[in-house]
Design a binder for this molecule. Structure first.
Ligand SMILES: [Zn+2]
Length: 642
């Protein structure tokens, strides 16, 4: 790992490439921490950044004379600039360089006394959203009734923006810190935190956007007591992630990444710019996507009301399906109870259309949402919204948010936890909605309604007996359960829960499902051993993709005895290449197809060119393949310089 990083860095420096791409390839947020013009307690201050494994920071200090940090050649290569400085002089050239940050979309996290910088530069106040104006410019630091500061105050901090990624998961807390009063706050800011302290200015923190960038200011942070305060640290850490646009919560301004979790937000944005700019490199894939979107425009809306049978509850709004591998019992006159024949689908299940619809609807919705996102043509968003309302929201047709009657086994039960494998497509819905964020057709009320639906469905997954059974499943069912709850939780901004699920997937999924040599014995035991091995690995890769949104690295996680996603991939590779014969069971014939998307992900995530070659070899992607738009291997390789 270290060697690879070193090599990557070497190649980059040889190519004189910008260092930001190196930071991107190891997934860390590249942060420039700017000081100068005010003293501070260095060690505990820098520890806030060095303790944060998700960032890679560089400390920079202004010269005594002016804001010299902005003269740095690499200024625009950072994801985020943190200001903990308080200079007063800045040259015109430095102002221009500072403002270029916002053309590029570099995030800005402004802390504490940086509210006092550049007393003579009005635009700075507008950019950071406020200003502490010295009551007496000739005697900086003067304290008056109108404006002043006081050290060593114990006070409580209240969360104002409970739904904001910067404050996500935080409750009101207390801190020992310095207060300011009399500072100005712009009227275009979103307040994040405040206090009831009678003397302190309010709010204590806010967010705004400047050009393509996200900006936050936190008044807190004078010294060691603040730097070591866990809640303050979390505000800073989440502020860095949000301004870096890594918290997965984009507002859909033009150049801001869409709020998606399994799709790649950066790539979507890039593909959109290329398509709208008339670029030809994606043309075949884009044309194919438009063709499918046209079909979806003409497709009939579906809902759980389409079924002719009624679930045991008597309420057709309940989802219902029958277990696919269970058949009538030949030993009984009425065929009950049904018996299991693994891997053999009973065609009887198709009589209830809910299963087919809950798989097909998300595919159409995502196709339409992509067509809208790339083209800006409202008609695609309109149809996507109609599909979503019919399935989730319209009182006459909506599905109740639970899966109590999924995969029933006649004569045995009326539904099983295992049925939750059938709702996996809803993760596509969640991403599609992120692509519709700008659309007139998808209203605030729709968004709120859908969030309520998913909050209820997620609660059912976590609390019901069937949901808990599925969570406890060791094999691919457990993997797809995690994928769903993590994706839904991110959609609902339940970051802490999503992070926990993905952290726990290391021990609960990777360590349990994969042998040190890469075999997945729980899937190899199935009658479709190849299909299930690739399907489970695909689920694990989805978990790794979701992990990127919350800084949990499952791509490179490995147990001490060597179990990892990469091992599982390497184990399957010689079979996909037909260098080895698949000797396990595989009902219905063997085909390497399911392996191609996995090879593509491996090529993107494992910094070893072997994987990119492999992806070409396993199944040469057709130019019309949608994956060329969403996960383009060759383009990514060039960008990473590897
Ligand atoms: Zn201070």
């Amino acid at each position: 790992m270290e060697k690879l990083l070193f090599l990557c860095g070497l190649l980059l420096s040889l190519a004189a490439a910008d260092h930001a791409t190196a930071a991107e390839s190891d997934g860390k947020i590249k942060v420039l921490v700017v000081t100068g013009g005010h003293g501070f307690d260095r060690e505990p201050f820098y520890e806030m950044f060095s303790d944060d494994a998700a960032i890679d920071f560089t400390a920079a200090e202004h010269s005594k004379t002016n804001a010299s940090v902005y003269d740095r050649e690499d200024l625009l290569s950072y994801d985020v600039v943190v200001l903990y400085d308080m200079p007063q002089n800045i040259t015109d050239a430095q102002k221009a360089k500072f403002k270029a940050l916002f053309d590029k979309g570099v995030g800005l996290v402004v802390l504490h006394h940086a509210l006092v910088s550049y007393q003579d530069w009005p635009e700075y106040e507008q950019i950071i959203g406020g200003r502490y104006q010295e009551p007496d410019p000739k005697k900086p630091g003067t304290v008056t009734k109108a404006a002043g500061w006081r050290h060593d105050v114990d006070f409580s901090v209240a969360i104002v923006a409970t739904n904001h990624p910067v404050t996500a998961g935080l409750k009101d807390f207390s801190i020992h810190d310095e207060i300011y009063w009399g500072f100005r706050v712009g009227n275009d800011v979103t307040p994040l935190i405040t206090t009831t302290h009678p003397e302190s200015g309010k709010p204590l923190g806010w967010a705004r956007t400047q050009g393509r960038s996200r900006v936050i200011y936190l008044q807190l942070g004078h010294g060691k007591e603040a730097f070591e305060n866990a809640d303050y640290r979390r505000l800073v850490a989440q502020g860095i992630r949000w301004t870096a646009n890594r918290s997965g919560s984009g507002k859909s301004a033009d150049a801001v990444e869409p709020r998606v979790f399994l799709l790649d937000a950066k790539q979507l944005l890039m593909a959109r710019q290329l398509i709208q700019g008339g670029g030809k490199s994606f043309a075949p894939a884009w044309e194919a996507l438009l063709k499918e979107a046209q079909q979806a425009l003409n497709a009939k809306l579906v809902s759980v009301m389409d079924k002719t049978v009624t679930p045991p509850s008597g309420d057709k709004h309940d989802y219902m399906s029958q277990a696919p591998y269970f058949w009538p019992n030949p030993a009984t006159s009425n065929g009950l109870p049904y018996i299991r024949r693994d891997g053999e689908r009973n065609p009887e299940i198709n009589k209830i259309p809910d299963h087919g619809n809950i798989l097909g609807m998300p595919v159409k919705v995502q196709t339409l949402a992509l067509a809208y996102y790339f083209s800006g043509d409202e008609k695609y968003a309109t149809k996507a919204a109609e599909f979503l309302r019919a399935w989730f929201l319209e009182p006459a047709t909506r599905m109740n948010p639970h899966f109590q009657y999924a995969q029933a086994v006649p004569g045995v039960n009326t539904g099983r936890g295992i049925g939750l494998i059938e709702s996996r497509g809803l993760t596509q819905v969640v991403d599609a909605v992120g692509l519709l964020a700008d659309s007139k057709s998808w209203t605030e009320a729709d968004q709120r309604g859908l969030e309520t639906w998913f909050a209820e469905f997620l609660r059912w997954m976590r609390e019901s007996g069937n949901g808990r059974d599925e969570a406890a499943a060791k094999n691919n069912h457990g993997t797809y359960y995690d994928m769903q709850v993590a994706s839904f939780a991110m959609f609902l901004r339940q970051w802490e829960f999503a992070t926990n699920v993905l952290q726990q997937a290391k021990a609960k999924r990777i360590a349990v499902q994969i042998e040190p040599d890469g075999q997945q014995p729980l899937e190899l035991a199935r009658t479709k051993a190849w299909s299930y091995s690739t399907a489970n690995l695909s689920g694990l890769m989805s978990l790794a993709k979701l992990g990127e949104c919350v800084d949990v690295d499952l791509w490179h996680y490995q147990t001490p005895d060597g179990r990892s996603i990469r091992k599982a991939f390497d184990f399957l590779t010689p079979f996909a290449l037909r260098e080895k014969e698949w000797s396990y069971q595989q009902l219905g014939g063997w085909s390497p197809e399911g392996f191609a998307p996995l090879a593509r992900q491996a090529a993107l995530k494992f910094s070893d060119p072997r994987y990119a070659e492999l992806a070409e070899k396993v199944a040469k992607p057709k130019p019309s393949d949608r994956a060329n738009l969403l996960f383009p291997v060759a383009v990514k390789r060039r960008l990473n310089g590897s």
